[in-house]
Design a protein around this ligand. Structure first.
Ligand code: FAD
Ligand code: 5PR
Length: 363
């Protein structure tokens, strides 16, 4: 059995590896000229780490990722909540640069014998299992996977009913050297919120011995705080302790807006849609990539040993099994984004953490 996959992101690569592990051949088409990850840092919780273990990428990810001892929320300088992580009886949470995670998964894909084509953009697919590429090729497969991200061409071509939403708050993400911010509380993840002298937030995340990920949020109406290059004085007015890191940003940084997608169905015939193309969510729970990887692995498990004729039914069974958790996580993440409830601290003990506690299919 053979799969043609659009998109060499986290979802596309994990699906391809997991299919290879089950005796399939898999080819991944990436529109970009290079295989690389965009963005700054990323959080991977227990559930995602289990998937990385299952695809043979865990050791390479753990080697060079950061395991914080705790996760603190501070509001106007006051500690609102503290959660231990990475110790016995607590959730595992690794933080790292996106490129680090991507390189480890890419290496696992190469070892597994996944075929990778760059400069190969998909323009659509048909339910009978044909992937259409921008260069005119029409590739027939037993399974086509649309893992081509939030603006998925494969999803759009199938005209699956669904809804997309763009949020109005933007976020600047950067990676900088940690400099003097090491030791004691500086080794923790700290979610800094300030409501005076203006409303700003910095999610401070060590990503290694000398790497720091900062996700910086400002209301869109605050033009000075939303500007790139970042003005260190504007941000240091709320977070004076972070001045060394703010001054290290220079001209770096990207400004992004959250986007979400929700589909009525995750498949049409022999075409499955997975990852952000099917279920993008706000990053508040840091579960977008976690859910993408869980569902990609679950997809490969669902089609293992299935005959060509039974494939569409296997995709429906995959969705029935995996979707409730993803829908729940997406709704929880959207609620947190809309209410700014994270300023009160992480809801550690609540059902909002169901995905983290979940043992993914195939692990
Ligand atoms: P993508 O990573 O978008 O990959 C899609 C791939 O397809 C790309 O390589 C793209 O170039 C390629 N492509 C696009 N169009 C085509 C085409 N037509 N043909 C071929 N290839 C194509 N998640 C977490 O788990 N933890 C976090 O800490 C976290 N933080 C986040 C912070 C922010 C600010 C945001 C916005 C998101 C965050 N996420 C996080 C979510 C996470 O980034 C996504 O859920 C994840 O990248 C989805 O993976 P994917 O493979 O589905 O899509
Ligand atoms: N968590 C993470 C994150 O990157 C963001 C948020 C929460 C890991 C934003 O980048 O609340 O928006 C958030």
């Amino acid at each position: 059995m053979h799969a043609e996959i659009a998109g060499a992101g986290f979802a596309g690569l994990v699906a391809a590896i997991a299919l290879r592990q089950r005796g399939w051949t898999a080819r991944v088409h990436e529109i970009d000229t290079e295989l690389r990850a965009f963005g700054a840092g990323i959080f991977i919780w227990d559930n995602g780490l289990r998937v990385l273990q299952a695809i043979g990428a865990y050791d390479a990810v753990a080697d060079g990722a950061y395991a914080a001892p705790g996760y603190r929320t501070e509001r106007n300088g006051v500690c609102m909540s503290f959660g231990k992580v990475n110790s016995e009886g607590h959730f595992r949470l690794l933080t790292m640069s996106r490129q680090h995670l991507y390189s480890a998964i890419l290496a696992a894909a190469r070892r597994a014998g996944v075929e990778l084509e760059t400069n190969s953009g998909a323009i659509g697919a048909t339910p009978d299992g044909v992937l259409h590429l921008a260069d005119g090729r029409r590739l027939q497969a037993d399974l086509v996977i649309g893992a081509d991200g939030v603006r998925s061409a494969v999803r759009e071509s199938l005209a699956l009913p669904g809804a997309r939403k763009k949020y109005i708050d933007g976020i600047i993400r950067v990676l900088v050297p940690r400099g003097p911010l090491v030791g004691g509380r500086w080794d923790e993840v700290i979610d800094f919120w300030a409501f005076a002298p203006r409303t700003l937030r910095i999610l401070y995340t060590p990503c290694g011995t000398d790497s720091l990920y900062m996700a910086m949020m400002a209301p869109v109406a605050d033009a000075a705080a939303s500007a790139i290059p970042v003005d260190p004085d504007v941000w240091a007015s709320c977070f004076p302790d972070l001045r060394p890191a703010l001054e290290a940003i220079g001209t770096k940084g990207r400004y992004d807006v959250y986007e979400t997608t929700r589909l009525e169905r995750w498949s049409a015939g022999r075409v499955a849609i997975v990852g952000d193309s099917a279920h993008a969510m706000p990053p508040t729970l840091a579960q977008g990539a976690g859910c993408a990887m869980m569902n990609a692995l679950g997809l490969a498990v669902a089609v293992e040993g299935v005959s060509r004729n039974d494939l569409p039914a296997a995709l429906a069974a995959w969705e029935a099994r995996e979707r409730p958790l993803t829908d729940h996580t997406q709704s929880s993440a959207a609620h947190l984004a809309a209410t700014r409830a994270l300023a009160e601290g992480m809801p550690w003990d609540s059902d909002v953490f169901r995905a983290v506690r979940h043992v993914p299919t195939g692990t």
